[in-house]
Each structure stands twice: as structure tokens, then as C-alpha cells.
Ligand binder design. Sequence first.
Ligand code: 5GP
Length: 216
Amino acid sequence: MLNSKEESMKDKGILIVLSGPSGAGKGTICDALRKRMPNLVYSVSMTTRAPRVGEQEGVNYFFRSKEEFEKLIQEDAFIEYAKVYDNYYGTPKAHVMNLLNAGKSVILEIDIQGAMQVKESFEDGVFIYIVPPSLEVLTHRLRDRGTDADDVINKRLSLACSELALAHKYDYIVVNDKLEEAIEKVASILRAETCKISRNKEKIHYIYQKYLEQGE
Ligand code: 5GP
């Protein structure tokens, strides 16, 4: 149990939203951030899409049927959900709220429709859009990944174009050309966010009281 001094000096949990087209490198960036920042927890989404080769239940996603997903929508079990490429994707509410309340930072890797829903209820969330340097690079990355058929890739490419027009709704944009640089940029954004005055009112108050006591 922390005492009140330790409590006010502790960094508070932040809700971080990462979006960007499939193939932008969000997953790789997320993995690298979690290794660097132990206080950061990845929120595992729920989806109705079929698992890809190598994907694991509860690690990459919670894989559910359409019926189960729709039942959970009725039960208000999601912070947000959206239909992306004909499948449902959603962020389970209870787990994320528990983590935030415990002071952990939580990272959501979600699409733009979901991000805009989150923005309505989490004003102090940090919204970061990851883009590949060009459509050509994105096309190569999706083909090289070898996980999607051509018609799915074409859908993803056209969605990437239309979504880029909405990138201004985010707080930050990071171009993932060189992976290491992109990771470092996102890490710098998160470090700066923890120092924001608006997130540190208790800390400032505590230091201020100390100054007063020492001046007496
Ligand atoms: P994929 O099928 O490639 O894993 O993901 C497809 C898209 O769904 C990606 O843009 C990804 O960010 C998005 N996505 C994954 N999980 C969620 C979620 O919980 N909510 C929303 N709104 N989008 C998600």
C-alpha cells in the first residue's frame, strides 16, 4: 500500500490509442514499447474475424462468434466497437478500466471509427496515427506479409487512403519509415505526455506544500 506522498509522486495511467492502416507497423511498435515501458499494458481486443496462422486466443485477440459479440454489445461490455472489413472488433471495457484505475497506462491498437468513440469518453487520452511513408511501401508490406488474399489487400489499401483524410482528428502523426525511429518517436510522445501539467496536479500540489514547509 502506497502512502499519500508516494501516491501523489507516482505517474498516472494514460489511455493511448494507436491507429493506422494494416501494414503501418502498429503491432511491431506496440510490442517494442511494451518492452521499454513496463507500466504499459496492451489491451487485447475481441473480434469475429478468423485467427490468422500463429495467432493465439487471448494474446492477439479474443476470437468470438458474431452472435457472442452482438450479445456483448447489448450488455454494454465494450469501450468502443466497430465493423472493419466485414468483421466486428471491440475493446472489452472491464479490463481496461481496472488497469487505468490501478495506475497502469493502457495501449489500444484500434481503427479510426473506434478511436473517435474513445475520444468522446476519454478526453485526456493520447491519440497517435501511424502511417507508412507511401502507398507503394504499404502495398509491398501487405503482399510480403502473405496473410491476406488480393481482394482483401485491395480493400485495405482503399480504406488506408480514405482514412488518411481523417488523420487530423488525432493528436500526433508518426511516419513509420525506419522502424527504430518510429518507435523512438512514439516513446518520446508518451514520455512528454506523462510530464503534462494537466496530468500532474497532485504532484505539483505536493511539491508546492514541501516548498512552503521548508520556507517557514
Ligand atoms: P487486423 O484484422 O489486421 O488484425 O485488424 C484490422 C483493423 O482492425 C486494424 O485497423 C486494427 O487496428 C483494427 N482493430 C483491432 N482491434 C480493434 C478494436 O478493438 N476496435 C476497433 N475499433 N478496431 C480494432
